[in-house]
Ligand binder design. Structure first.
Ligand SMILES: Nc1ncnc2c1ncn2[C@@H]1O[C@H](COP(=O)(O)OP(=O)(O)OP(=O)(O)O)[C@@H](O)[C@H]1O
Ligand SMILES: [Mg+2]
Length: 312
């Protein structure tokens, strides 16, 4: 039986009375030992939710329990249990990465020796060994992100929260980070992961909440959610410059969904996949690329949001 780490009920966060709520009545449980994801477009309210879960922002109304304790009434409890990798990177810029890691470990109750050992181990895993003498502000964006992830991992807190950890990481180191996150959860820790990345969501998450305009559109395992759109395939079209303007009428007839610059998606029932491809072939000269893909979480979002893209 799954035991909840977090129990969130009717959570509302309103930053100003005249603005729509950034979190609009969210209720969810996050179980101990799972990797729980929040997936949704810019401005959906994901960071607002994790800021409340980590005690950085107070809810306007609603309750949050962590390990059975009311952490809205007593946010100080959160800091014993939770480590956060924030979306923004506000760290002391003159510090060296290893010192930051060791200090964080000590602040979380580790001995100096244990903190140094874990810091060195993370530095090696994230391939930051060459950067020990470089202050934080001289590191690349990806290296800073890695330090920020390593900081969250220091001290082995029972709850780890990552707000878009892998956006600016290369594919190789991204896999190392995913592996660390999965090891953390296998060791019994609860992980909350905010992502825009559908591949990340499907690879790493045990369960995912799809968030839009402060509300949960759907919640389940990636497999369960994808089951909702299993009857379709998606035709992805990347047009040459100006090609989409020439094909405007054709795109409109097929209810094509804009997915970014010159990129469109057409959702097709599986039995009509062959027909859809032969429909594209006469227009190949307008295209840089096209492919047909089986549904992923992006399609679940497209379906639930009435044809809006998550974006990336
Ligand atoms: N401190 C703040 N004051 C006022 N409005 C805010 C504040 N922080 C966030 N918002 C608003 O709340 C909404 C949700 O923002 P939030 O940062 O939670 O979204 P997000 O899902 O994390 O987006 P992204 O994927 O871009 O990080 C947005 O409309 C944003 O403008
Ligand atoms: Mg955010």
């Amino acid at each position: 039986m799954a035991v909840p780490a977090y129990e969130v009920r009717n959570l509302v966060k309103r930053y100003a009375p005249d603005l729509p709520p950034a979190n609009d009545g969210l209720s969810l449980d996050i179980y101990q030992g799972e990797i729980f994801g929040l997936l949704g477009p810019n401005g959906a309210g994901k960071t607002t939710l994790v800021r409340q879960l980590t005690g950085l922002t107070r809810p306007t109304s609603g309750t949050i329990r962590l390990f059975g304790h009311d952490v809205v009434a007593d946010p100080s409890l959160i800091h014993h249990w939770v480590a956060l990798q924030p979306q923004g990177l506000a760290l002391p810029s003159q510090e060296m990465p290893r010192e930051l890691l060791v200090l964080t470990g000590q602040l979380r109750g580790m001995t100096v020796a244990a903190a140094r050992k874990q810091a060195d181990e993370l530095i090696e895993a994230f391939n930051l060994g060459g950067k020990l003498k470089v202050p934080f502000h001289r590191l690349s964006g990806g290296q800073r992100r890695l330090i920020s992830i390593a900081l969250a991992l220091m001290g082995d807190r029972p709850v780890l929260v990552f707000d878009e950890p892998t956006n600016d990481l290369d594919p190789e180191v991204r896999r190392v980070v995913w592996q660390r996150i999965q090891e953390g959860a296998r060791g019994g820790r609860t992980v909350i992961l905010v992502t825009h990345n559908v591949v990340e969501a499907e690879t790493v998450l045990d369960r995912v909440a799809i968030v839009r305009r402060g509300q949960i559109l759907a919640l389940g395992t990636p497999g369960e959610l994808k089951g909702r759109v299993a009857g379709n395939v998606r035709l992805e079209l990347l047009f040459r410059p100006g090609g989409d303007e020439q094909a405007a009428g054709w795109l409109l007839e097929r209810s094509a969904i804009p997915m970014g610059a010159r990129r469109y998606a057409v959702i097709v029932p599986r039995p009509q996949a062959a027909e859809a491809i032969s429909d594209v072939l006469p227009r190949l000269e307008l295209l840089d690329d096209f492919r047909i893909v089986t549904p992923n979480l992006e399609d679940v979002y497209l379906e639930l949001s009435g044809g809006e893209s998550i974006g990336s």
